[in-house]
Design a protein around this ligand. Structure first.
Ligand code: PMV
Length: 311
């Protein structure tokens, strides 16, 4: 990249279809990218700099700048100014920090080498940012975003690397994402669960283990293009997340609303706690989106697996 040239990179948001939280303890998860995400633009300059969006202030601004610095160093300090545009609601369990990390990683690597980086290279740089944002994340968010494909993900305790398998799907699977409202940070919810789990490790391990089995079965459901099976697994996963203390009245109300609209299955996605996003698999997700929007709900649809005819 030279002179006035600019580089653009996209980081999709993500949903965890099955296996959030268990994935932090080394059990499998199944995740997929969203069609919405974060776009980074980089233009040649004297030194690397991030233009922080107006809406990002205070601690969040400091964290974003520190994360960007970590990525800049890891990418060889290419002299570019980077700006961001996001279509993702932040802090809703939809992987907005991972999408920022992946979009930044893509433009920094491309600026440094002059060629399009591989998904693996992007994931490596994005991980430097995610660790600043979240401390000790499982890595499922940025890996899904960097590969831009449904994945089966597992990072065993103390393993350097995760086992990551892209999952093909013969059918188009479309989700409805319903935003339930503000929620605590992922860090807080993960820490509160860790305290409960440390007190009663065996009982919590039994639930994580079952959630991991659901994620393994979900991989087969996606490979077979079977929304009925995937939906049933999602319903069961939601019940287990509730058993772990990760749901709330507002989340459960949204799950039941979506099931009453004919969903194959519905569950909270991401850290949960109280609020965030609920996902549901439908035969015709767009028809349900139109109905719910008329009633004032905030929701959108996204293809999450199957042949990509990008919207
Ligand atoms: O809510 P999010 O998008 O931050 O997702 C969190 C997923 C967890 O499994 C709860 C944490 C992790 O690091 O995987």
């Amino acid at each position: 990249m030279a002179g006035s040239q600019t580089v653009t990179g996209f980081g999709p948001g993500k949903v965890i279809l099955l296996g959030e939280h268990g994935v932090v303890y080394g059990y499998p998860a199944l995740a997929a990218p969203l069609s919405v995400g974060v776009t980074a633009h980089a233009s040649f300059a004297k030194r690397p700099k991030l233009e922080v969006p107006e809406a990002v202030r205070g601690e969040a601004r400091k964290l974003l700048l520190a994360a960007f610095d970590a990525a800049v160093k890891a990418a060889g300090s290419p002299p570019v100014h980077v700006s961001l545009r996001s279509d993702l609601p932040p802090s809703m369990g939809l992987g907005s920090s991972a999408a920022v990390s992946v979009a930044c990683a893509r433009v920094l690597l491309q600026a440094a080498s002059g060629k399009a980086p591989s998904g693996k290279e992007v994931a490596h740089i994005a991980w430097q940012m995610e660790r600043v944002f979240h401390g000790t994340p499982s890595g499922v968010d940025h890996t899904t975003s960097a590969l831009n494909a449904p994945i089966h993900f597992r990072r065993r305790p103390d393993a350097d690397r995760a086992s990551v398998k892209e999952v093909d799907c013969p059918a188009t699977l479309k989700l409805l994402v319903l935003l339930v409202g503000q929620r605590p940070s992922t860090k807080q919810t993960v820490a509160a669960l860790r305290a409960r789990q440390a007190k009663w490790p065996e009982r919590y391990a039994r639930i994580f283990d079952e959630i991991g089995h659901l994620a393994d079965e979900g991989r087969e459901a996606v490979e077979e293009g079977d929304p009925e099976l995937l939906g049933d697994l999602m319903n069961m996963n939601h019940g287990l997340l509730a058993a772990l203390g990760l749901s709330s009245a507002s989340i459960d109300d949204a799950v039941h609303l979506l099931r009453a609209q004919g969903a194959f299955g519905a569950k909270l996605t991401g850290a949960g706690g109280d609020g965030g996003a609920v996902i549901a698999l439908f035969e015709d997700a767009d028809a349900v989106r139109r109905r719910l929007r008329k009633k004032g709900y905030t929701c959108f649809t996204s293809q999450i697996a199957g042949p990509r005819t990008l919207l």
